[in-house]
Design a protein. Structure first.
Length: 142
């Protein structure tokens, strides 16, 4: 399977890569890895560890993912937050820089989990003025 075909399949949030009878099938990627950059967020929002944690947990719920563990670290008053949700379906992570109004977000999900729905919840909570994203197909076998 060509990489372009795999990437177009990975971009479809309705595809369940585990529905194929053989997990090493060249037909579908095993997961979608969505990487997003949020710019123009309010610094106070990005420096609020409780808000970031709640937004991440709501994002996992919206993406129909199962949280196994979570860890968040706040670097101090007015400083950024690093957070990670370990999911049954893989992970969601965030790193914030309030002084730049910037958040780096990483959502890797497999199975029926929906990274786009999770990202939408994060965008509602963090209110970026600009948002960009990349999608990678993971586990494409040839």
């Amino acid at each position: 399977m060509k990489l372009e075909s795999a990437l177009s399949l990975a971009a479809d949030p309705n595809i369940n890569p585990h529905s194929h009878p053989h997990p090493a099938s060249p037909c579908l990627p095993l997961g979608r890895h969505l990487i997003a950059d949020f710019q123009g967020c309010q610094g106070a929002v990005l420096a609020d560890p409780a808000l970031i944690e709640q937004a991440m947990l709501k994002a996992a719920l919206a993406g129909q993912a199962t949280v196994l563990q979570q860890h968040f670290h706040h670097f101090g008053v007015g400083q950024g937050v690093t957070g990670m949700l370990l999911l049954m379906e893989s992970h969601i992570s965030i790193h914030t820089w309030p002084e730049h109004g910037y958040a780096a977000i990483d959502l890797f999900m497999c199975g029926a989990a929906n990274a786009d729905a999770a990202l939408s919840v994060l965008a509602q909570a963090l209110q970026p003025q600009q948002q960009s994203q990349q999608v990678l197909a993971r586990g494409v076998f040839s």
